[in-house]
Design a protein. Sequence first.
Length: 110
Amino acid sequence: KKRIIRQFETEYRKALARFQEDTNRGTQEKQHVDEMLKQRDSIYSFFTVSRSLAVPSASGHFSNGNSSNSKFTGEDYKSESPGDEGSADSKDKSSKKKWFNLNLKGFDKK
């Protein structure tokens, strides 16, 4: 019986050591993920533009920046730019369309 108890104790110690290693590794990975999320948030906030100046809206009125949309991304800014309101620069618009409508079918094949 003593031999069985000793064998159980050694197996238990090995299992406990493995569990502690896995727990420590999991804690370290969680800390690493938290750091990466903080970096992502700081990068995201760097590319987020704050509306603090008066910006003309699509209706032609000026906003004082105190609306609920105090932050917007670059895409929002592009949609409110004066060039997108049907101006006489149709030639400029067509060049933008050509740039965005690239034929990417050839890139899918390897």
